[in-house]
Ligand binder design. Structure first.
Ligand code: MN
Length: 248
């Protein structure tokens, strides 16, 4: 998201109009907001490390930390970035930067994991999957990608979340194809061992086969769910999945 900067003109517009114009229009307007070679996130990373290396931990540093967070740098990442930079820039400078970073990244850890999972995908995680929540253990998210011709939905599972045993029924054709996009998960057919799933894996599920799919106990997981066209298609939802990979 491009930022319209007015700090230069607000503070120095009268006293140093050229500096204000260079700050607002060139540094922030053209360099800082240019995304064709470096993402805004990467530009934030460079800015934060350069300022930290100078020991500049004033209000402008706080502004750049807040911008870095807004541009997608997580709590886990900023802690690693500052730890790494500490060896090159100096230990006391890292201490000073950490004190401020800790205040800026004050949200719970779960948000970091969700953001990290999101960055591994080109599709948005989407909204909480409230419509199907009663057929899931744990929290899932649903993002429709195609609702014409062939239905394609992105389903994202929080760690340990999985859907109930179910059957995609059809009189002819039908069934489901899963294409794994991020994280680690499982697919299991009734009477078979669970199959571990990684990004890029494809699962062809024929109509009439009892199965479930979901996240590994310790990982977020996303797959595309493709509805294979057929006659008389309907999903029969059955009992929750317990034990096995989840050990409950
Ligand atoms: Mn299914």
């Amino acid at each position: 998201m491009a930022i319209k900067q007015t700090a230069g003109r607000d503070s120095l517009g009268e006293f140093a109009p050229k500096f204000a114009q260079l700050n607002d229009d060139i540094l922030f307007g053209e360099v800082r907001n240019r995304e064709d070679a470096l993402s805004l996130r990467d530009r934030s990373l460079v800015t934060v490390v350069a300022l930290m290396a100078q020991g500049l931990v004033d209000s402008s540093f706080r502004y750049h930390l807040a911008t870095a967070k807004q541009n997608g740098i997580t709590r886990l990442e900023i802690s690693e970035i500052l730890t790494h930079a500490a060896f090159y820039a100096g230990w006391p400078k890292a201490w000073a930067a950490f004190r401020m970073a800790k205040e800026v990244w004050d949200e719970p850890q779960a948000d970091d994991e969700k953001a990290r999972h999101q960055r591994q995908m080109v599709f948005p995680i989407g909204a909480p999957n409230d419509g199907f929540a009663r057929y899931f253990t744990g929290k899932s998210y649903l993002q429709p990608l195609s609702t014409a011709q062939v239905g394609v939905h992105l389903v994202t599972f929080e760690p340990g979340c999985r859907n109930n045993w179910h059957i995609h029924e059809a009189k002819q054709g039908g069934g489901q194809i899963l294409i794994c996009t991020a994280g680690a998960g499982y697919y299991q057919e009734w009477g078979q061992a669970p199959r571990k799933l990684s990004p890029g894996d494809v699962v062809n599920i024929p109509a009439g086969v009892k199965h479930w799919h979901g996240a590994a106990p310790d990982s977020w997981f996303s797959h595309l769910a493709i509805e294979v066209p057929g006659d008389g298609c309907a999903t029969q939802w059955l009992e929750p999945v317990t034990g096995g990979v989840y050990g409950e």
